[in-house]
Write a protein of this length. Structure first.
Length: 135
């Protein structure tokens, strides 16, 4: 569990850094091959960055639990759906970011990485989505 927390914390910190620095290439590189091939991530990232004002001053990472399964003691599916809550920016605006990622997915390794990011206002209403769940 400690390793899971550190793994998700690092990804969460990188997502916020990418939003703060408008690092589109860095953010795109975190997405799964599946999302990169099935969504116009460049356009979706640009739209999300337009709605995110300022640089983060503070935030909290929550929902770091995993779901998935093992087969004969070996992980075959391990995914997370964490949230970065109360992202307060130096412009006095608050956001939340939810994201979904696979760490392990033996059935389709093209899904490993971030599948989707949801930028939300302080009330939790989605204001921009990057990626998604392509079949």
């Amino acid at each position: 569990i400690h390793q899971d927390y550190e793994y998700i914390e690092e990804i969460g910190n990188q997502i916020v850094r990418c939003f703060d620095e408008k690092d589109a290439e860095g953010l795109k590189a975190m997405f799964s091959v599946n999302s990169q091939e099935n969504f116009d991530l460049n356009k979706e990232i640009e739209k999300a960055f337009e709605k995110y004002e300022g640089k983060s001053v503070s935030y909290t990472l929550t929902n770091i639990s995993w779901a998935g399964g093992k087969d004969n003691g070996k992980w075959i599916d391990k995914h997370f759906n964490p949230e970065i809550k109360n992202i307060c920016t130096d412009k006095g605006i608050s956001y939340n970011i939810g994201f979904y990622l696979y760490e392990i997915y033996e059935y389709d390794t093209s899904r490993i990485g971030i599948g989707a990011i949801s930028l939300q206002d302080s009330e939790g209403n989605e204001i921009s989505r990057i990626g998604g769940w392509a079949d």
